[in-house]
Design a protein around this ligand. Sequence first.
Ligand code: SF4
Ligand code: SF4
Length: 78
Amino acid sequence: MMLGRWLRNRFAWPSLRLVSNPSICADCKKCTSNCPMSLDVNAMVQLGKMENSECILCGTCVDNCSKHAIRYSFSSGK
Ligand code: SF4
Ligand code: SF4
């Protein structure tokens, strides 16, 4: 999975990824407390940097964000 992620990013292939909108984040940290990989999702949202090699794209943070500050996107991320 990590090699796939590296290749995808290296060649900017479109793929499923997370994108965030920090401007509408309420800083409730529900995304962080519910992440099964114990990632600091709130910090990722604030930085606008949702790419993390340990993220399994489970969507729990998307489902738990009542502000819709995190969503899936199918894009190259460029
Ligand atoms: S759950 Fe949504 S509103 Fe709450 S901290 Fe995470 S991104 Fe922000
Ligand atoms: S998609 Fe899942 S693993 Fe990735 S940051 Fe969100 S809750 Fe964590």
